[in-house]
Write a protein that binds this ligand. Structure first.
Ligand code: SF4
Ligand code: SF4
Length: 207
């Protein structure tokens, strides 16, 4: 019984001399450690719309959805981040494929009276299969992969034609063709399913 009392007395004297252990937050913001994981901040110009952050977020704070935009008459990839659901785990920062699409700052005080302030939304333009019309990925994502691969990108017809299109060397001909794939489809932008079907039919004939 005597030991704890002595310890409490020592702590009380230490607190009197050194001041309280607690900080004066929110009056005075505490100094956070160097590697503190604060608020993830989205950097739209460094994001290529791959969707990896949405897949790794354990709290469901990031939603990636390809949706039809009535006002624009086209489909876009909508990336929505609801920082109100964020648990500051930093997985989105760690797994961002460009390494720059999300930055962590030292801020942790996110109180607000309007939860809409927590939500930020951005759109990314999409690339479609020229045969079946399905979504392949965001155009920025394809551009990023092509840049990363350099000359190796010429080994992939979809990447090559997408780059040609960007340079204005070929037309955008998304056709949603009802016909079977044929030889001329080799040098077209195809989704993985149509590319596999093309290779199979080219090698083995129509099944
Ligand atoms: S820090 Fe974690 S919880 Fe917050 S958005 Fe990123 S992955 Fe999701
Ligand atoms: S992982 Fe990075 S590049 Fe991919 S959607 Fe998220 S922020 Fe953008």
């Amino acid at each position: 019984m005597r030991k704890p009392k002595l310890r409490e007395l020592r702590e009380a004297i230490t607190a009197l001399v050194k001041g309280p252990y607690t900080s004066k937050f929110p009056k005075i913001a505490p100094t956070v450690p160097e590697h503190f994981r604060g608020t993830p901040t989205y950097v739209p110009d460094e994001c290529v719309g791959c969707g990896a952050c949405g897949q790794v977020c354990p709290a469901g704070a990031i939603t990636i959805a390809d949706e039809y935009r009535e006002s624009e008459g086209r489909m876009v990839r909508r990336i929505e981040r609801n920082w109100g659901n964020c648990i500051f785990c930093s997985q989105c920062f760690v797994y961002c494929i460009t390494g720059k699409g999300i930055e962590l700052d030292k801020d942790f005080e996110k109180s607000t009276t309007d939860t809409a302030n927590f939500i930020d939304t951005h759109d990314k333009e999409l690339l479609f299969c020229e045969h079946c019309g399905s979504v392949i990925t965001a155009k920025d994502h394809i551009r990023w992969i092509t840049d990363k691969l350099g000359e190796l990108a010429f080994g992939n017809q979809t990447l090559t034609v997408a780059r040609y299109q960007e340079l204005g060397l070929t037309e955008d001909i998304t056709s949603r063709a009802e016909r079977p794939l044929e030889r001329s489809d080799y040098m077209r932008i195809l989704c993985p399913n149509c590319r596999a079907a093309y290779i199979l039919s080219d090698e083995w004939g129509e099944s």
